[in-house]
Design a protein around this ligand. Structure first.
Ligand code: ARG
Length: 461
């Protein structure tokens, strides 16, 4: 322990298991670039305030360029048992390159507590910006399909029972607009993450008049965090990002579940591309929708990381406590899971084969029973009464053992004398969807309007 960065007051050695239990280098190395950028910004600010000379700053900047290169080329030699985390590893290596006389000044007034908070915010901000482009791509594919396949009509379900005819594009946009709302949420979350804790010290602040605004600007932060005690201990930004990711994954999970059903032989509405399916080692005929099942399954994993971190942070005293190190791995895995999942979903959707003939075949005339009731409504009959009349037509068709649309005009007339010849026009699925013309409904114009709404949301409207 006395060789460690913080070893001044220690005499004994650490239990070897405690060394590995404590170290985070094997995962927080993900932040090497952010840690170096933060260190350079910190050194620059300490140069302006006179803690470092210009020459010392140049040496630090040059030394870090080499350290960064070593990480990039996978030649950084992690010293097991010494390089506890990314901050100590970078500083140890900098000292070897430029000498500890200069490297030893870098940490003046600084704490790893502010470093990790800074690194995580920078990393998460950049990852969420990548995720924003993945999500935008996914939504563009959704919008393009919805426009191109606007004429496909399929059954819409409630309780997984055939309910009313809808456009396939209406189904696409039912998720598309939820994902577009996720995009709006993502932009809001990212803005809150992009605030700087650098210059907070261990908990109480910085004694060397460091220019926090200048450092924040250099690192691309939008603004500062205020209150050093809160700032070093805050992991709400990680929680919020994971709550966001969990919401998105719950949408992807339901989207995937629908497509799993729709790709089964029983539905046969869509066919998954080979690139996103796998076979069975035993049954030669099988083509399994593994991509979709993994989207559904990984939503549980993403939720677990979010819930786990909330448990971790709920009872810790202020300010920094080592518990907070347990926020790193959940974040890394959650973010990778979410980013990969959106890209897989995009791949699935852009290669999916939609089958309008099967969709049409799955429509049944009883799904027009509401339209039959609406016919009499338009002739002034109260809906509660027309609902009942239409129900009697359903029962008659069942009794006769024919689909509703095969009942003769005379048979319909027998149920209610107010049916006229034009009642037979009811048995038309296209007509049914076109009647749903109010905004947000499943008529062609209403669905195409949804596409425009979605495109506007992509542009931040
Ligand atoms: N590696 C730590 C983390 O991820 C930062 C180090 C702070 N350690 C400390 N003893 N104050 O949270």
């Amino acid at each position: 322990s006395k060789n460690m960065l913080w070893g001044g007051r220690f005499t004994g050695g650490l239990d070897p298991l405690m060394v590995s239990y404590n170290e985070s280098i094997y995962y927080d190395r993900a932040f090497y670039a952010q840690d170096i950028a933060g260190s350079i910004a910190f050194a620059r600010a300490n140069t302006v305030s006179g803690i470092l000379t210009k020459d010392e700053f140049s040496a630090i900047e040059k030394g870090f360029a080499q350290v960064k290169k070593e990480w990039e080329t996978n030649t950084f030699d992690i010293k097991p048992g010494v390089d506890e985390d990314i901050h100590t590893a970078n500083e140890r290596r900098l000292g070897e390159i430029i000498g500890t006389n200069i490297a030893g000044k870098l940490h003046t007034g600084r704490s790893r507590n502010e470093q990790i908070a800074t690194d995580m915010r920078l990393w998460l901000r950049d990852e969420l910006r990548k995720i924003e482009t993945f999500l935008t791509d996914f939504l563009q594919v959704t919008a393009a399909r919805a426009e191109k396949e606007i004429d496909f009509v399929m059954p819409g379900y409630t309780h997984l029972q055939r309910a009313q005819p809808i456009r396939w594009s209406h189904w696409l946009l039912s998720y598309g607009l939820a994902f577009a709302t996720d995009l709006q949420r993502l932009r809001e979350v990212t803005a809150r993450i992009n605030r700087s804790p650098l210059g907070f010290g261990a908990l109480a602040g910085n004694s060397f008049k460091i220019d926090r605004e200048a450092m924040a600007k250099e690192l691309g932060f939008d603004s500062l965090l205020f209150n050093s005690m809160g700032g070093v201990a805050d992991r709400d930004f990680v929680v919020e990002a994971m709550q966001w990711g969990t919401t998105l994954m719950s949408h992807l999970s339901r989207w995937a579940e629908d497509l799993i059903l729709y790709s089964s032989a029983e539905f046969n509405f869509v066919r998954l591309a080979d690139a996103y399916s796998t076979g069975s080692s035993l049954m030669p005929q099988k083509k399994n929708p593994d991509s979709l099942e993994l989207l559904r399954g990984k939503s549980g994993r993403a939720f677990g990381h979010m819930a786990g971190l909330m448990m971790t942070i709920k009872g810790i005293p202020s300010t920094y406590n080592k518990d907070l190190q347990e926020s790193v791995e959940p974040m890394l895995d959650h973010v990778k899971t979410v980013g990969d999942s959106i890209q897989i979903a995009t791949g699935v959707l852009s290669t999916l084969d939609a089958r309008p003939a099967s969709m049409l075949k799955a429509l049944t005339p009883d799904m027009l029973a509401t339209d039959l009731a609406d016919y009499l409504v338009r002739r002034g009959v109260p809906f509660r009464e027309t609902h009942h009349i239409s129900g009697r037509v359903v029962a008659l068709a069942e009794k006769e053992g024919v689909p509703m649309d095969k009942l003769s005009f005379e048979q319909l007339r027998g149920v209610d004398g107010r049916f006229e010849e034009d009642i037979m026009e009811t048995w038309d699925y296209q007509r049914s969807v076109e009647l749903k013309a109010a905004k947000g409904g499943t008529s062609k114009a209403a669905v195409l309007e949804q596409v425009e709404v979605l495109k506007g949301m992509l542009e931040g409207k």
